[in-house]
Design a protein around this ligand. Structure first.
Ligand code: NIG
Ligand code: FE
Length: 403
């Protein structure tokens, strides 16, 4: 007779408010269940319901009335880099504008760094994010801008996350300043070939001072031919073609969306009904560059799908705190606390085209954040205050202590 070893099961019991993001389980998009319990088996949610009916499990955690939410899905980061730009930030706070050209300082530092240095910095930031409740972090290349430096950036990112994005088209590096078309050829040719095996996504910074619509289209279509899915940086520093291009090419997300006209909003709203392009707002950037915030209300009221993401990078926004983004979204962009939490979880999952994360319905990955708070509104209500009690990824405790 053989002994079958069952995977250890986990019961999180006596949850004050469980946010499932499954509207079949509770009222509204957050699908909240009060006085709830969750059972995890094999890294997946196996049962959700009232605490009073919870089945037994190998391990029991007493949430003691605290709130359990899906782990944050941060669909936009640039954590593979070296160096810092603290002085650039200080100059900005003294009135200097943010310029895409600051990226070159990070490119120089990144090229000069060893693989071990790049990896250590990225791991440190990933852990920092995880300790604050982020269970999925997309990671971009984009500070190497040579075939070898982009390839190693993608390789390092792939050891940290399944959501790797090739962003060779971040800016044109100095050695191609006189030949931007030659740089697009490099990105769409040998650089793409070297990076695609490590990546799921292709991205382009479609902006004045970076890549225009034609170059961006060439990059995205080449990436798709190479087996990658499209996402776009667009309409960050001014109005432009990024949003329309993203929708036209069926990109999963267009990120920033700071300067939109009515046609951009309509295009995003139209695409939403077809499960198309998510508007990902990176409002830590506006906070850190002292720019006007995106018009989240216009997008939401028109019916666009909105995600919130962190954009952790050394230039425009050096935060890994999604809780801060939620607080800012509520205070500065007039999103409701529910809308902001949905956008940072289910919205991020939509922006990554992932059905297995961003919710806690049965079958979802058990990526969960136990808050030291009785209600999810506390994420916005207590800005800047650490409220992470425990974080599980695929059912494994990866940060904190549930007590
Ligand atoms: O998402 N917009 C382009 N890239 C980054 C900023 C990069 C930098 O300043 O180093 C962003 O904001
Ligand atoms: Fe970015």
């Amino acid at each position: 007779m053989t002994t079958r070893i069952l995977p250890e099961s986990l019961l999180v019991d006596r949850v004050g408010v469980l946010v499932t993001n499954d509207p079949r389980l509770g009222p509204g998009p957050l699908g909240p269940v009060t006085d709830a319990a969750v059972v995890v088996e094999g890294g997946r949610v196996a049962w959700v319901g009232p605490s009073a009916h919870a089945p037994a499990a190998d391990v029991r955690v007493d949430a003691a009335g605290r709130c359990l939410v899906p782990g944050f899905v941060d669909s936009h980061s640039h954590v593979v880099f070296a160096g810092d730009r603290g002085r650039e930030f200080a100059a900005r706070m003294n009135g200097e504008p943010y310029r895409a050209g600051g990226i070159h300082a990070t490119v120089a530092a990144t090229r000069a760094a060893t693989d071990a240095e790049l990896r250590a910095n990225a791991v440190r930031l990933l852990r920092e994010a995880r300790a604050q409740g982020t269970t999925t972090l997309e990671v971009k290349t984009g500070y190497g801008l040579t075939v070898a430096d982009e390839e190693r950036s993608a390789r390092i990112a792939a050891r940290l996350t399944d959501e790797v994005t090739f962003l060779g088209a971040h800016v044109v590096p100095p050695e191609y300043a006189d030949d931007p078309a030659g740089y697009v050829d490099l990105v769409t040719g040998p650089m793409l070939a070297a990076c695609a095996p490590h990546a799921r996504w292709i991205d382009v910074f479609c902006e004045r001072g970076a890549f225009d619509a034609d170059a961006a289209r060439a990059v995205l279509t080449a990436g798709r031919s190479g087996g990658l899915l499209a996402r776009v940086h667009g309409n960050q520093l001014g109005p432009g073609p990024g949003v329309r291009l993203a929708v036209e090419l069926g990109a999963a997300s267009v990120d920033h969306c700071t300067h939109l006209d009515a046609a951009d909003v309509a295009a995003l709203a139209d695409s939403a009904s077809a499960g198309g392009t998510v508007a990902t707002l990176l409002l830590g950037v506006e906070f850190s560059t002292r720019q006007p915030y995106p018009d989240a209300r216009a997008l939401l009221d028109a019916g666009a799908v909105v995600a919130l993401a962190g954009d952790c990078n050394p230039g425009s926004c050096f935060t890994s705190s999604i809780a801060l983004c939620i607080a800012l979204a509520v205070r500065e962009m007039r999103m409701s606390p529910d809308e902001a939490l949905w956008a940072a979880t289910a919205g991020g999952a939509a922006a990554l085209r992932r059905a297995d994360i961003g919710h806690l319905g049965v079958g979802a990955r058990a990526d969960m954040l136990l808050l030291d708070a009785p209600d999810p509104v506390y994420l916005a209500y207590r800005p800047g205050v650490p409220q992470t009690a425990a974080v599980w990824k695929d059912g494994d405790l990866v940060a904190g202590d549930p007590g």
